[in-house]
Design a protein around this ligand. Structure first.
Ligand SMILES: [Zn+2]
Length: 324
């Protein structure tokens, strides 16, 4: 998620720093050319259109779950165009485009919006306009699944909670008029209490390697069991973290004042804070999301190749710490 509309989410630069081996979504077999007379084709051989994939996306991550300030859905593309290769990424950067178009993607599903703030030009001289031009020239659609992907069941924070082994998981803040399982952030319990230092190492171990690493506020030896998580920038949810009596909060992009005030109010006790890479916290969702979309399309008799980006779009390249 993004904290607010001031964060357009798209990273203007990207690094080639090491990311762990990206588990690829199993590819379905190559689909033969579909003849014009589609009535002669068995359902298992059908290639979906952009419109078909948008319906599957709506089934998984309904636009009604998106925050009011967000911009989700189709950014570029014609609904009747066929989609035989779908590519998932956190950010639609130019390096990601190189990767996706080099593979022959006909649709990119991006977590962060390319165009969150209004623009008055998509001239190719600007990096966003260049992305739009390259997409259209390559016949590749772009779709944003952002805060609707955060809030949905199986969304970004659900994946984070699952990767950390949390139990009895529920939303940190439920979506108005949504299902009880839908909403921003998640809170749940570890199987047994663990030291904050050991828990931070577990958080570090599930995330892709990024320059900034993981920052922790709290006593390394203090025991934690109840854990709140929010993929992306989650400092708007501190009240919910306290209401849910979480021992520790895992999120990204924590700024000095909100973090400092939480720690002052806690007087050395809970909630402790773990600040991770924004990109890393959301990257975990890509593979389960790609799997889920592949399953829905396949259940509908469609056949597509789906792949997840292996590019680290965290904008930071290196960090200096005491002793280094
Ligand atoms: Zn985000």
């Amino acid at each position: 998620m993004e904290q607010n509309e001031h964060d357009d989410g798209a990273s203007p630069s990207e690094v080639d720093a090491s990311v762990p081996e990206v588990p690829e979504v199993p590819e379905v077999p190559e689909v033969p050319e579909v003849p014009d007379d589609t009535t002669a084709v068995s359902p298992a051989e059908r290639v979906p259109t952009v419109g078909d994939v948008l319906l599957a996306i709506e089934e998984l991550w309904p636009e009604s779950l998106a925050e009011g300030w967000d911009a989700v859905g189709l950014v570029a593309g014609r609904s009747e165009n066929r989609v035989d290769r779908i590519f998932f990424t956190v950010d639609p950067t130019s390096a990601v485009l190189d990767e996706a178009l080099g593979w022959g993607a006909t649709m990119i599903v991006s977590h962060h919006p390319l165009l969150l703030k209004p623009v008055s030009s998509v001239a190719a001289s600007g990096f966003k306009g260049d992305v739009i031009h390259r997409l259209i020239e390559a016949g590749c659609a772009l779709v944003t699944v952002h805060t609707n992907g955060d809030s949905a069941v199986g969304g970004v924070s659900d994946v984070l909670a699952d990767a950390l082994g949390l139990r009895d998981v529920e939303p940190l803040m439920r979506t108005a008029d949504g299902l009880p399982e839908e909403g921003i952030g998640r809170v749940g319990n570890l199987e047994a209490p663990v030291a904050l230092g050991a828990f931070a190492e577990a958080v570090f171990s599930i995330l892709p390697a990024v320059a900034g690493g993981v920052r922790v506020a709290g006593d390394k030896d203090a025991l934690v069991r109840r854990v709140a998580v929010c993929g992306g920038a989650g400092d708007s949810l501190f009240d919910r973290v306290r209401t849910n009596q979480a021992d520790v909060y895992v999120t990204a992009d924590l700024r000095h004042h909100p973090a400092s005030e939480v720690r002052e109010a806690a007087a050395g006790s809970t909630p402790y804070l773990i600040d991770v890479s924004h990109f890393g916290s959301e990257w975990l969702w890509l593979t389960p999301a790609a799997d889920a979309l592949g399953n829905v399309l396949s259940d509908q008799g469609f056949s597509t190749d789906i792949r997840v980006s292996g590019i680290n779009t965290d904008p930071w390249d290196f960090v200096l710490t005491p002793g280094h």
